[in-house]
Design a protein around this ligand. Structure first.
Ligand code: ADP
Ligand code: MG
Length: 617
């Protein structure tokens, strides 16, 4: 038989790579802004037309490119930022893959004008679908201007998949804000369809935050600062009274790069413990500096997730620092330091007798995702994937003995709180401590009264956090199907699944084939069963179509919500005592147990005092 393998032509390879780099106009904005920053620009202007669908132009006054580089920059793996693999461990630029411009040029009409300060004239390169159309000498100012027109003009499926202008603009503004917040010293200007949206002068961090979020923000900010051997933290948190009902302004930057981290978010939320109303999300703008070789930013193609070498220490320091600042600025007059808050449950501790001198506990071993039996594991035989989880509450506390003691010399770790106390579920009465009511609620006795849990909403929360965790933190685990399953979908749905294929794969789905009529699935996440595949995918497609502007994060968030909604045990399902207990314990091991992924309350506590008052009228 003749040979059948051939190398993909460059323009095809570029188009495939573009699928990873460019999901929507906002991805182009991010890449271009970052290139301008890497070029040392002092002022960066972003011009948009039609939410970036017609035009995205970034103009900078950075170092510009030589005539040869102006052509070379569109080649795949063409970068001036790293020379050898070793450099990857010492990155101080935004880009390094040398993929962005090649990818963008593969799927749009691009016009580059650039001039170096030392040259008299500049270069203009026009390139369409990876083909250079012209290259000529032009008069231009020092710096670079890149105009990206008609994004996805040659991939109609992607273009059709773009959301309304409102939604796409929102995504662009999110990226713009992140970049502008990370670089307060650089001036940023944004125009959309000829209107000025932002004009941010070079300034300091506080002024930049106010410039973006408005004058009233100023009075809300509590400064945060801490220097340690392994990291420096600076920035602001908003006072608790300004916490938002919807997850609002939450920004982490690591080495001037915006990152998403549910793990670090947990540390901050934890520091606010006791200061926030149920369901409220604190705002924060936190800047972490760590040695570049102690993080791996390479684990995600669009680089918003990050891996720290010593994330438990980072967690502990961050939490202690925020807590300390809240205390210092008198916003936390009654902070309860007498226990390790990393172990808190939302139960009411205020009746506790012991009050000791304020202490901050640094617990570098804490990992909210660890259960006593190790990391969360799914059981594919279980109806829910969660109910069989180890029923004990997390036991993460280990006394700190590491080098952090030196840092917080005046702070003594306290003895671990006993588990019963911690979890506060009454142990004297081992059996029958939970009851199911109307196959809908679970009633559980706690020291300070009772807690009433909505089984379905609570389960949604548990599943949501597990999925999110599995997608973003762990390698997704997949179970191979003995016989691949074919599922029919409409053309547009197939296109949509295709466009989120890589996201789905990171949850554990394996796609063997995309046909005209549907998809053939060879593997599924371990947490679901074969019979649930269709339901889950259909629900997901619905949810993605309905995506609203403030839909929190990426597709991952929508996926996790959607999966949680599809898989959560429903009202009307009766649960064994063991299942009830697991549900209760797993709920209170969640990062945000108070609400379902959709913001509904998952439980309500009825303190004894309230119960008493019913009968003492
Ligand atoms: P990366 O940023 O990963 O190196 P890109 O494809 O984004 O890859 O850019 C390729 C190269 O083009 C960069 O390494 C840089 O040398 C050059 N470049 C891109 N944008 C600019 C700019 N605005 N000013 C100067 N040089 C630029
Ligand atoms: Mg780049």
């Amino acid at each position: 038989m003749s040979d059948i393998i051939q190398l993909l032509p460059d323009h095809v390879a570029n188009q495939i790579a573009a699928g990873e780099v460019v999901q929507r106009p906002a991805s182009v904005v991010k890449e271009l802004l970052e290139n301008a920053i890497d070029a040392g620009a002092e002022t960066i202007t972003l011009l948009l037309k039609d939410a970036g669908k017609t035009l995205i132009q970034v103009i900078d006054d950075g170092k510009g490119m030589s005539t040869t580089d102006a052509r070379l920059c569109f080649e795949r793996h063409a970068t001036s930022k790293i020379k050898e693999a070793q450099d990857l461990f010492n990155l101080n630029t935004k880009g390094f893959r040398g993929e962005a411009l090649a990818s963008i040029a593969a799927i749009a009409h691009v016009e580059l004008k650039t001039k170096q300060a030392t040259e008299d004239v500049g270069t203009c390169v026009k390139i369409e679908g990876s083909t250079v159309v012209s290259q000529e000498v032009v008069n231009s100012a020092k710096g670079t201007s890149i105009a990206v027109k008609n994004l996805f003009y040659n991939i109609p499926a992607r273009r059709n998949f773009l959301k309304s202008d409102t939604v796409e603009t929102r995504h662009i503004i999110d990226e713009f804000q992140r970049v502008a917040l990370a670089h307060p010293a650089i001036a940023f200007i944004l125009h959309h369809n000829g209107n000025e949206v932002y004009h941010l002068k070079s300034s300091n961090l506080r002024k930049r935050i106010v410039g973006i979020f408005g004058g009233k923000t100023n009075e809300k900010l509590v400064p945060i600062e801490e220097h340690t051997d392994i990291l420096t933290i600076k920035g602001f948190v908003a006072k608790p009274e300004f916490a938002k009902k919807k997850r609002g302004e939450q920004f982490f930057f690591v080495n001037d790069r915006f990152i998403k981290s549910s793990y670090l978010n947990h540390a901050v939320v934890n520091a606010f413990e006791g200061l926030l109303d149920n369901n409220a999300h604190p705002s924060y703008f936190l800047y972490l500096q760590v040695p570049p070789n102690s993080i791996d930013i390479n684990i995600h193609p669009t680089k918003t997730e990050i891996k720290f070498d010593n994330e438990k220490n980072v967690y502990a320091i961050l939490r202690a620092t925020v807590k300390h600042s809240l205390g210092q600025y008198n916003v936390a007059p009654v902070l309860d330091f007498n226990r390790d808050a990393t172990l808190d449950t939302p139960y009411d501790f205020k009746d506790k007798q012991t009050v000791s001198t304020p202490k901050i506990i640094v617990d570098p071993t804490f990992n909210p995702f660890k259960t006593e039996s190790g990391t969360i594991n799914h059981n594919s035989n279980s109806r829910s994937g969660v109910l069989n989880k180890n029923s004990n509450p997390p036991q993460n506390y280990k006394k700190d003995t590491g080098s952090w003691e030196a840092l917080y010399a005046d702070i003594q770790p306290i003895e671990p709180v006993k588990q019963e106390q911690l979890f506060d579920v009454e142990k004297e009465n081992e059996t029958g401590k939970t009851f199911q009511i109307q196959k809908k609620y679970i009633l559980s006795s706690i020291k300070s009264g009772v807690v009433l849990i909505h089984q379905s909403l609570a389960h949604q929360r548990i599943l949501y956090e597990e999925f999110l965790h599995n997608i973003t933190v762990q390698e997704a685990s997949s179970q191979q199907l003995l016989f691949p399953v074919s599922i029919s979908f409409t053309k547009s749905d197939i296109e949509m699944i295709y466009s989120i294929k890589s996201d789905l794969e990171s949850t554990g789905f394996v796609f063997n084939e995309f046909t005209k009529e549907g998809v053939v699935i060879g593997g599924i996440p371990t947490s679901i069963t074969e019979s649930q595949i269709t339901l889950i995918l259909e629900q997901l497609l619905d949810d993605i179509k309905l995506e609203v502007p403030d839909a929190s994060f990426s597709h991952f968030d929508i996926m996790a919500k959607s999966f949680a909604k599809s898989l959560a045990i429903k009202t009307g399902t009766s649960l064994t005592v063991k299942e009830q207990e697991n549900l209760v314990n797993n709920l209170f091991s969640c990062k945000e147990p108070n609400t379902s992924p959709f913001g509904k309350a998952t439980f309500k506590t009825l303190p004894l005092s309230e119960i008493d008052s019913i009968f003492n009228k």
